[in-house]
Write a protein that binds this ligand. Structure first.
Ligand SMILES: [Zn+2]
Length: 287
């Protein structure tokens, strides 16, 4: 008798072996899909998701996962990128909103001459979305200032778990995406349970109810860290589909691109194209 959940993962021992070898070697050659060149990945830290830095651009594994998913959408196969694909391969004219204003992925996208790039952060609830606070564009993902059907790709790397009403945020990203556009994101994700863990909830008066010990993540804008409201699980995929998205959960592992570890999970939520719409650069449905 065999349990079908969690899903059987026959490649896990092979991935684990590759990760162990990389961690033992520490400095491993490969190709960085963010800075677009041959590089060395520094795999000295056992937290593969947050490290394995590219020595050229300092990007970490998680950022390259987002870049790999973005490139796979643009290049059409929807699964993994070509060996030498990088953000330099992005076609001109794309409108990309990244909910991050620091680090390597942001730095590279900002330099791309052909794309319309918007970078934002959540600064403080006293500001309105679209307001500049110093150098930073403040955007609340729950209530943005973007127009309907105006963005090709939304990128958020470990942001959604910090949004008090994440389902409101998903409705908002759905609204502002162009048909066929994708919200590509990472977030903490449980493999062993079906339902999201609501660790904290915000009430109508703005106070916070804690269901679990308060859990803060590092944040470049806040020394005290940022509160985690939700840890996601497969329930999130159902919630995305109820919002109108076609949702995919990708597991990425590509040592060549410095993508190591057992939890290289990226969610690609695509706003469905209208019926009879001609296919364009957005990835086609899986065979
Ligand atoms: Zn790099």
């Amino acid at each position: 008798m065999q349990s079908i959940w969690p899903l059987t993962d026959k490649q896990r021992p092979a991935r684990r072996f590759i990760d162990t070898v990389a961690h033992t070697l520490r400095l491993v050659p490969g190709f960085c899909n963010i800075c677009g060149g041959l590089t060395i990945f520094n795999v000295k830290h056992p937290n593969f998701r947050e490290h394995a830095n590219c020595v050229r651009c300092k990007s970490v594994n998680r950022q390259r996962q987002i870049a790999a998913a973005l490139l796979s959408c643009v290049e059409g196969d929807g699964t993994m990128t070509r060996l030498t694909s990088s953000l330099y391969s992005l076609p001109a004219g794309l409108v990309i909103w990244n909910a991050e204003t620091t680090r390597a992925l942001h730095t590279r996208l900002k330099q791309h001459p052909g794309i319309h790039y918007i970078a934002s952060d959540f600064v403080d609830a006293r500001h309105a979305s679209g307001e500049r606070v110093g150098e930073v564009l403040h955007v609340d993902m729950q209530h943005t200032h973007f127009e309907d059907n105006s963005i090709d790709f939304i990128l958020s790397s470990d942001v959604l778990e910090h949004v008090p009403f994440f389902e409101v945020a998903l409705k908002e990203t759905y609204r502002v995406l162009k048909p066929g556009g994708c919200h590509i994101f990472t977030a903490p994700f449980y493999h062993h349970r079906f339902t999201n863990e609501i660790r904290a909830a915000q009430t109508d008066d703005g106070s916070i109810i804690y269901n679990r010990r308060a859990w803060y993540h590092d944040d470049p804008l806040r020394p005290e860290g940022v509160l985690t409201y939700t840890v996601f699980a497969p329930e999130l995929l159902c919630q995305l589909e109820r919002t109108g998205f076609e949702a995919r959960l990708l597991r990425l592992h590509s040592p060549w691109h410095g993508i190591y570890g057992q939890n290289g999970l990226v969610i690609v939520a695509r706003k469905a194209l209208p019926p009879n719409h001609a296919r364009d650069w957005i990835f086609s449905d899986p065979a």
